[in-house]
Design a protein around this ligand. Structure first.
Ligand code: ADP
Length: 764
C-alpha cells in the first residue's frame, strides 16, 4: 500500500468525518499556522485531520482532507474550511514530542470495501432516516434532499452521522472503517435516539405537570438526572460536582481564578461521564483548587534569631551566614522587590542544600526543592499546553502545590548542570521565573492563568561557577562556599554531625564517644572530598552498627568508645592512604585543578622518545589546555639555552599525559606546571612532589592570574602539598584562605617562568 507524508491538524474533542466540512479559526501565534503553510506549500492543500478524545491513545485512523478556504481576517486571525475526503491509516507521527514543531504523519490508504446489495441497504437506511426526522422535530429535513441522490453507502453514512447522532459517539464512527458495520451502528443508534426522544417527551409532560415556572432551573436539572437514570448512567458525578462547587465557593483566590473555576465546573457538568475530556477538565479544576493562591506563612522577621538558628545548624561559614543575613535585611527593608537572587556555589557536601533548608526553617517558611540537572526542555519548567498528550504543569507550579504557601523558600539545585540544545533554552525560562519584573505574572502553559511568584524566596545552588549560563549569572548574587579544611571537618563532625546522628538513632548524644584522633583518621583514611557528605555517611555507618549490636545482643551498657583499633571493624579496610606519595620523579610535576568536586592536585607526566619532534597529548585535555602545552613547548624551545636544554632534545617526540585519563580537563591554569614538567623531563631535574604550581603561561614566559585559588589551596593541603607557586596577581587572595592553609603551606608568588626556575632550585 502506498505511503505518504501529510501535515497534521490535531482536533481535541471535535470530530471531522469524511464528506463534512469543518470551519476553524485561530490566532497568528497558533502552531496550526505552520501546519497550514506546510499543507499549502508542499502538499497541494492536503492535510490529515486527527480527532482525539482520549489523551493516552494515539489515534490509528485520520481523515485525509483538503483546505478549501484560507482567509486572513483583519484582526490577524486565520480562518479555514477543511473538507474531509476519506479515512486513511496513520502509520506514524513524526514529531510527536517536539512541542513547537508542526506535527507530521506517515499514512497509507485503506482497502476499498466491497458492499454487497448496496442499493438495498441504502434504501432501507434512507427510509429509517426519514422516519426518524419526521418524529424528531429539532432535526432539519434538508439533509434528505442531499442523501436521496447518494449512491455510495460509505459516503451516505458519513454525511448523516453528524446530523443525527449524539456528538459523543462520532469518534466511534470515525474509527470504524467497515461501511457495513458503520451502517449497522447507524441503524441501531437511530432506533435508540428515537426511543430516547420518546422517553424525554414523556418525562417532560410528567414533570411539567408538577412544577411551576419559577422552578424552571430546578426542573432542567431534574430532567437531566432522570434522563441519566433512564440510561443507567447516573453516577457519582453529581455528588462530585456539588463537592467541587463547595470547594470553589470556599477557596480564597483572585477573582479571575474563581471565574475560571466556575466556567470549568460548568463545562464539567455539561460533559458526559463517558467522555475522556471529563477527566481532563476535572484534573484541571483540581490543579486550580490546590494551588496556594492567597496562602501565606508569617515570616520570622527577627534576623538575630535567624542567625542563631543558622549557627546552631551549621558550623563556621561565617561570611556566608553574614551575607545571607545582610541579604534578608535588605529584602525586608526595601519596598521594591528587585534584589538579586542568592546563588550558593561550592563543591558537593559543603552544606548548600542543608543551609537553604535551615534558612527556610529559621524564617518560618515552607521549603521546596527542585533539581534542574539535565533539564533540556523548557516545558519541564513552564509546563505543557493542555492540547498535548499527557499534559501537566511544569516543575515550578508542581512544587508550589507541594509548598502549600505562596511565599515558600524555593531551592533550585544544580543550575550549572542544565542541558542545552539548539531548540531549547531552559535558562531563559528560569530567568522568567526569577525576574521580579516578570514573575508577578508567571504563566504556566498548563495552568494558563497567572500565578504571582513575587513572594517566593528563590535560592539557587551550583557546583561550578564557570558553568552557570551568563545571562543567569548576571541576575545572581553569588555566595561562595568553599571546601572544608581537615580541622573544619573535624569540628563539623564532632560538634554537629555526630551528636545529630546519635540522637537520630534514638540514643543520648554522649552515649557514643569518638575521639578527635579517630575522627581525623576517618577523614584522612576513609574519605577524600571537599565537603563532609562522605564523612557523614561513615559516621552514620558506625552508629548504625553500634545500635544493631546493642539491639541484637541485648547489651546493657552506658557508653561506647570507638577507638582507632575497632574502626576497621565498622568501616572495613582503609580506602585512602593519607599523604602517601610516590617518590619525586623526573618529568612529573603537580598542577592544581579546580573541579566541580572542589580543588585537587593534578599530576602531569612527561616522557620523550626518539621521533620527529611531535607533541603527543593524552588524558582528555580540552582545547585550551592543549594550547597551553604547545605554548609551554614553544617557550622552552625559544629559551633553550637559558634553561640549559640540549636543543637536539626537541627532535624527540614529547608525550604529555595527565591522569586520570577518563576525566575531562581544561583551562589555561596548568600552563606553568606543564612548562616545568617538560623542562624536568628534558633536563632531568627532579621536582619535589610536595610542590604544586598553578598559573597561565604566555609565549614570552609571563605568568598570568588564575581562578579558584581557594579551592585549589584547600585541595592541595588535603594532598600533603607544602609549597604552592602562584601568579603574582593572585597573591592578594591569600588573605581569604583559611588559617590552617596559610599556616601549613608556603606560597611563592611569581611574575614569570624564569622566577619559577630560580625559586624551584631552593625548595626542598
Ligand atoms: P551540598 O548541598 O552542598 O551538596 P548538603 O547540604 O547536602 O551539601 O550537606 C551534606 C551534609 O553535610 C548535610 O548533612 C549537612 O548538614 C552537612 N554539613 C555540611 N556543611 C556543614 C556545616 N558547616 N555544619 C554542619 N553540617 C554541615
Amino acid at each position: 500500500m502506498k505511503k505518504y507524508n501529510l501535515p497534521v491538524i490535531l482536533l481535541n474533542g471535535i470530530v471531522l468525518l469524511p464528506q463534512n466540512t469543518l470551519k476553524l479559526e485561530f490566532d497568528s501565534k497558533n502552531i496550526a499556522n505552520n501546519v497550514i503553510d506546510m499543507a499549502t506549500l508542499f502538499h497541494d492543500n492536503y492535510i490529515l485531520v486527527v480527532s482525539k478524545y482520549n489523551s493516552n491513545n494515539i489515534p490509528k485512523i485520520g481523515v485525509l482532507s483538503k483546505i478549501e478556504n484560507n482567509i486572513v481576517l483583519p484582526n490577524g486571525n486565520t480562518r479555514i474550511d477543511i473538507k474531509g475526503i476519506r479515512r486513511v491509516k496513520i502509520i506514524e507521527f513524526l514529531n510527536l514530542n517536539k512541542m513547537e514543531e508542526p506535527l507530521e504523519s506517515i499514512v497509507s490508504e485503506l482497502d476499498v470495501e466491497k458492499v454487497e446489495n448496496e442499493p438495498i441497504i441504502i434504501n432501507k437506511l434512507i427510509k429509517e432516516i426519514k422516519n426518524y426526522i419526521k418524529n424528531v422535530p429539532y432535526i432539519s429535513n434538508s439533509i434528505i434532499t442531499i442523501i436521496e441522490k447518494e449512491s455510495s453507502l460509505s459516503k451516505l453514512t458519513d454525511i448523516v452521522v453528524p446530523a443525527l447522532i449524539n456528538k459523543e459517539k462520532l469518534l466511534l464512527y470515525l474509527n470504524e472503517i467497515s461501511t457495513i458495520k458503520r451502517s449497522e451502528m447507524l441503524l441501531k443508534d437511530i432506533y435508540l435516539e428515537k426511543e430516547m426522544f420518546q422517553i424525554e417527551r414523556n418525562l417532560d409532560m410528567k414533570i411539567k405537570k408538577e412544577m411551576d415556572e419559577t422552578q424552571k432551573e430546578f426542573l432542567l436539572k431534574e430532567k437531566i438526572k432522570l434522563l441519566k437514570e433512564e440510561l443507567g448512567e447516573y453516577s457519582n458525578k453529581d455528588a462530585e460536582i456539588a463537592n467541587l462547587k463547595q470547594k470553589i465557593d470556599k477557596i480564597d483566590c483572585p477573582k479571575k481564578i474563581k471565574q475560571r473555576l466556575n466556567y470549568e465546573l460548568k463545562r464539567y457538568e455539561n460533559s458526559l461521564s463517558s467522555s475522556p475530556e471529563t477527566n481532563t477538565i476535572r484534573d484541571y479544576i483540581e490543579w486550580l483548587l490546590n494551588l496556594p493562591w492567597n496562602v501565606f506563612t508569617e515570616d520570622n522577621k527577627n534576623l538575630k534569631n535567624v542567625r542563631q538558628n543558622l549557627d546552631e545548624s551549621h558550623y563556621g561559614l561565617e561570611e556566608v551566614k553574614q551575607r545571607i543575613i545582610e541579604y534578608l535585611a535588605v529584602k525586608q527593608m526595601s519596598k521594591n522587590n528587585n534584589s538579586p537572587i542568592i546563588c550558593l556555589v561550592g563543591p558537593p557536601g559543603v552544606g548548600k542544600t542543608s543551609l537553604a533548608f535551615s534558612i527556610a526553617k529559621a524564617l518560618n517558611k515552607n521549603f521546596v526543592k527542585i533539581s534542574v540537572n539535565g533539564i533540556k526542555d523548557e516545558s519541564e519548567i513552564l509546563g505543557h499546553r493542555k492540547t498535548y498528550i499527557g499534559a501537566s504543569p511544569g516543575r515550578i507550579i508542581s512544587s508550589l502545590k507541594k509548598a502549600k504557601s505562596s511565599n515558600p523558600l524555593f531551592l533550585i539545585d544544580e543550575i550549572d548542570k542544565m542541558s542545552y540544545d539548539y531548540k531549547s533554552d531552559p535558562a531563559s525560562s528560569l530567568l522568567c521565573v526569577l525576574d521580579s519584573e516578570q514573575n508577578k505574572y508567571f504563566s504556566d502553559n498548563y495552568i494558563e492563568e497567572d500565578f504571582d511568584l513575587s513572594h517566593v524566596l528563590f535560592i539557587l545552588t551550583a557546583n561550578y561557577i564557570e558553568n552557570i549560563p551568563e545571562p543567569l549569572k548576571d541576575r545572581l548574587e553569588i555566595i561562595d562556599i568553599s571546601g572544608y579544611t581537615e580541622f573544619e571537618k573535624l569540628d563539623i563532625a564532632s560538634k554537629h554531625l555526630l551528636p545529630k546522628i546519635i540522637e537520630e538513632n534514638g540514643l543520648n548524644s554522649n552515649f557514643i564517644n569518638i575521639s578527635n584522633d579517630v575522627i581525623l583518621k576517618i577523614i584522612r583514611n576513609y574519605t577524600k572530598e571537599a565537603g563532609v557528605r562522605e564523612l557523614k555517611r561513615q559516621l552514620d555507618k558506625i552508629v548504625r552498627k553500634i545500635v544493631t549490636q546493642i539491639v541484637v545482643n541485648n547489651l546493657k551498657i552506658n557508653k561506647i568508645n570507638v577507638t582507632s583499633q575497632v574502626l576497621e571493624k565498622y568501616l572495613g579496610k582503609e580506602k585512602y592512604k593519607f599523604n602517601y606519595k610516590d617518590k619525586s620523579q623526573v618529568g612529573v610535576v603537580n598542577g592544581l585543578a579546580y573541579t566541580t568536586y572542589g580543588g585537587d592536585t593534578l599530576p602531569i607526566e612527561v616522557n620523550y622518545f626518539k621521533g620527529k619532534g611531535n607533541l603527543i597529548l593524552t588524558g582528555s585535555l580540552g582545547e585550551v589546555m592543549k594550547e597551553s602545552a604547545s605554548i609551554a613547548l614553544s617557550y622552552l624551545k625559544s629559551n633553550y639555552s637559558f634553561y640549559n636544554i640540549d636543543f637536539n632534545m626537541f627532535s624527540n617526540d614529547i608525550h604529555i599525559h595527565v591522569p586520570e585519563g577518563a576525566i575531562k580537563k581544561d583551562g589555561p591554569s596548568a600552563g606553568v606546571a606543564l612548562t616545568l614538567a617538560i623542562l624536568s623531563a628534558l633536563t632531568k631535574i627532579k621536582i619535589p612532589n610536595t610542590i604544586a604550581l598553578t598559573g597561565e603561561i604566555t609565549l614570552r614566559g609571563h605568568v598570568l592570574a588564575i581562578g579558584g585559588l581557594k579551592e585549589k589551596a584547600i585541595g592541595a593541603l588535603r594532598n600533603g602539598i607544602k609549597t604552592i607557586i602562584i601568579p603574582d596577581d593572585n597573591f592578594k587572595e591569600l588573605a581569604e584562605l583559611p588559617d590552617e592553609v596559610k599556616k601549613n603551606i608556603n606560597f611563592i608568588k611569581v611574575k614569570d617562568f624564569k622566577t619559577v626556575y630560580e625559586r624551584i632550585k631552593n625548595v626542598e
